[in-house]
Design a protein around this ligand. Structure first.
Ligand code: NDP
Length: 305
């Protein structure tokens, strides 16, 4: 029997990728053109390498072109900026993603700031952030968009919607917390943003109809912080030692939420892994198609609207 309290990010992301693939097929038949995503990776960070490999795989599977540009850890900031500028100037490139984090000697703000906002499929430039906060059209950050889609799907299943719900976001980063707050606000949620200085975080979390945890602290959100019937979106990805003596690997991934305990109270909850993570890539592919259409003034295929 299907567990209805589990929000299956893998399956929902697969649906989004199928929609993207059908949108790409439509663009190919209408314009004889396949959108192109360029990913820039600096250094050997194992997690980043896995993310970039998956992005490449899923981009190609959806029928788009995927370009990978790899630099060694000690590359100069100017070389990365030069590449971003050349990708900006290349008419065949629709989306540019610079995999974060960058090594410490590189100024991330400068590199991201160089990306043409029309190709900013990660939604991280000042222009994209400004458009989001002004409620204007633009490319939205992928993880927050994925979080909204998952919360919506979970509520849809129970015949409910986001409108009017109290959404508490724990975390206020530029990458996740802040844009997520604005996106849930666009969905007419009443939004509270909590962070490391929030007083009585447990009390604030207990008032959430939708709780989004984007902190980076393993299992920080306890089961009794979850209101009965709340939807829980766990963005956190934390690698911790695997204490199971039968485990094949010495470490495992957990979220920011104590999943087992929270599931007792939640209407629905995302697992880690297999929740928000897969949605991030699916939304990146979606953004690449949206960017390709916007740059060429083409209608966005209906399947993505
Ligand atoms: P950041 O470190 O940039 O931000 C963490 C936020 O959590 C900060 O706003 C911080 O508050 C807040 N915080 C830290 N400690 C506490 C605490 N004790 N109580 C309340 N709030 C606290 O992280 P990111 O936003 O980049 O990422 C968050 C998590 O999401 C990480 O685990 C990351 O790996 C994961 N992630 C997952 C993605 C996915 O695809 N699933 C994509 C991106 C990130 P303050 O501002 O006050 O310091």
């Amino acid at each position: 029997m299907t567990d209805v309290s589990l929000i299956d990010g893998k399956a929902i992301a697969a649906d989004v990728r199928t929609e993207v693939a059908s949108a790409v097929a439509e663009l190919k038949s209408a314009h004889d053109y396949a959108p192109t995503l360029a990913v820039v990776l600096v250094g050997e960070d194992p997690a980043s390498q896995v993310y970039v490999r998956n992005k490449h795989k899923f981009t190609r599977e959806s029928g788009m072109r995927s370009l990978e540009h790899k630099f060694s850890e000690d590359v100069s900031e100017d070389s990365v900026v030069k590449l971003v500028r050349s990708l900006n100037a290349d008419p065949a490139v629709d989306g540019i993603l610079v995999q974060l984090p960058l090594p410490k000697h590189i100024n991330t703000d400068r590199v991201i700031g160089e990306i043409d906002p029309a190709k900013d499929v990660d939604g991280l430039t000042e222009i994209s952030a400004g458009r989001l906060s002004l409620g204007r059209e633009g490319l939205r950050p992928c993880t927050p968009v994925g979080s909204v889609i998952l919360a919506k799907k979970a509520l849809d299943f129970h015949g409910e919607s986001l409108s009017g719900k109290h959404c508490v976001i724990v975390g206020r980063s530029i990458l996740v917390g802040k844009p997520a707050a604005l996106l849930f606000l666009e969905e007419n949620c009443t939004v509270t943003i909590a962070h490391s200085r929030t007083q009585d975080l447990a009390y604030v979390c207990r008032s959430a109809d939708i709780l989004v945890a984007a902190v980076g602290r393993p299992l920080m959100v306890k089961g009794d912080w979850i209101k009965n019937g709340a939807v829980v979106i766990d963005v956190g990805i934390n690698r911790v030692p695997n204490t199971n003596p039968k485990a094949k690997r010495p470490t495992k991934l957990v979220g920011d939420v104590d999943f087992k305990a929270a599931k007792e109270n939640a209407l629905a909850i995302t697992p880690v892994p297999g929740g928000v993570g897969p949605m991030t890539i699916a939304c990146l592919l979606r953004n690449t198609v949206l960017a390709a259409c916007a740059r060429r003034d083409w209608d966005v295929p209906e399947v993505l609207l």
